[in-house]
Design a protein around this ligand. Structure first.
Ligand SMILES: Cc1cc2nc3c(=O)[nH]c(=O)nc-3n(C[C@H](O)[C@H](O)[C@H](O)COP(=O)(O)O)c2cc1C
Length: 354
């Protein structure tokens, strides 16, 4: 019993530290989306009201392609953040994911710090969240706790290895397969800031996973967050990971017929437009929404999303794309760094659109 309380306290302290440090850190890399450009359509033949931002992801239809991505839960501070994020989701009609629910499975008294999102947004689409190392039973409990419509399984090996108290064994495939094949909602395999390749996406697709969230390098940096917690001043590993645009090109150029969510450093409507043009069906944003609701409250979070969506619409008009599937047909210009990556990965053919 005492051990349970100690573990809970350590975990809770860590979760609040994550919130605090994430708010003080800058993004992990320069925005590589800058290396992708659209061809402008000087005669768009479109009016703004014709633009359709709706998308399908994990078999569900959404009015716009933004997911409020997994952030927190488990503490009093996490409860306040989740309440605000859920209010943002409700006012914008967007889906929302919670942070890892493991703490609430082990200590049910903290479940309200997660279930608040369902309370605030009873009809919303909510994604549950657990580690890829979880059991089917825990996955079922996490989904039931929120009456969630989907489950994110986070893949965070680099973060665990950077943590003094983190896991050191990552035998995940059988757990992912068992969960994907035995729960009633779609499962999303999600990196948390180091990205993934097409080969990982293919593997998890074969295991029964419905979607991947590439969680690429470029935004929140968990290796840096964990090193900060340990007072490490020098580490070459804070640069570990595949930048989000490269991760998207890798996954979406690999002939994997799986839904893809882009996340990791998505910061603007222009980033969203580029991620969608590459073939993503959804775009996850985490740290900027944490920042907005923490410093500006719910309205600031809503304004941030409206700003991103307005920018996305603008780009769609300027490329002559009425809807997202039309945006996905538009040819793109890649800079030399991205082109070199595609050559190295033998993906150039997949990415030349006439
Ligand atoms: C404070 C904080 C806590 C997070 N906790 C979780 C988590 O519990 N589970 C998870 O899958 N991802 C978690 N994430 C990762 C985000 O969902 C997202 O994948 C990552 O931050 C990259 O997106 P961003 O650059 O927009 O922040 C967390 C992110 C932050 C900033």
């Amino acid at each position: 019993m005492n051990q349970t309380i100690t573990n809970r306290n350590v975990r809770q302290q860590r979760k609040d530290q994550h919130l605090e440090i994430a708010l003080s850190q800058s993004d992990s890399a320069a925005n590589l989306f800058k290396g992708i450009r659209f061809y402008p359509e000087a005669i768009p033949e479109l009016s703004q009201r014709e633009i359709d931002l709706s998308t399908k992801f994990c078999g569900m239809k959404f009015r716009a392609p933004i997911l409020i991505n997994a952030l927190t839960g488990g503490t009093r501070r996490g409860l306040a953040v989740n309440a605000r994020l859920a209010e943002v989701a409700k006012r914008t009609g967007l889906p929302l994911a919670v942070g890892s629910q493991k703490v609430a499975l082990d200590c049910p008294e903290v479940a309200p710090t997660f279930t608040i999102v369902r309370h605030v947004f009873p009809d919303g689409v909510i994604f549950a969240n657990l580690s890829a190392a979880s059991s089917v039973e825990d996955a079922r409990r996490a989904v039931a706790m929120l009456r969630a419509q989907g489950l994110q399984l986070h893949l965070n090996a680099a973060q665990e290895l950077a943590m003094a108290e983190g896991d050191r064994s990552f035998i995940w495939r059988d757990c992912i397969a068992a969960i994907a094949q035995n729960i009633s909602v779609p499962v999303i395999a999600k990196e948390v800031g180091c990205g993934m390749t097409g080969s990982t996406a293919k593997q998890v697709h074969k295991l029964g996973v419905a979607a991947v969230d590439v969680g690429g390098f470029g935004g929140t940096n968990f290796v840096a967050i964990e090193h900060f917690r340990r007072n490490f001043t020098k580490s070459s590993l804070i640069d570990w990971g595949l930048p989000t645009p490269l991760s998207l090109l890798d996954v979406l150029g690999s002939n994997t017929n799986i839904d893809v969510c882009a996340s990791g450093g998505i910061r603007s409507g222009l980033d969203i437009a580029k991620a969608l043009a590459l073939g993503a069906k959804m775009c996850g944003i985490a740290q900027p929404l944490l920042r907005e609701v923490t410093f500006g409250g719910v309205q600031a979070g809503v304004d941030y999303i409206h700003h991103c969506l307005a920018e996305l619409k603008t780009v769609m008009i300027l490329t002559g794309a009425r809807d997202i599937s039309s945006l996905q047909q538009k040819p793109l210009i890649f800079d030399s760094e991205i082109w070199a990556y595609l050559q190295q990965r033998q993906l150039t053919k997949a990415w030349i659109r006439k």
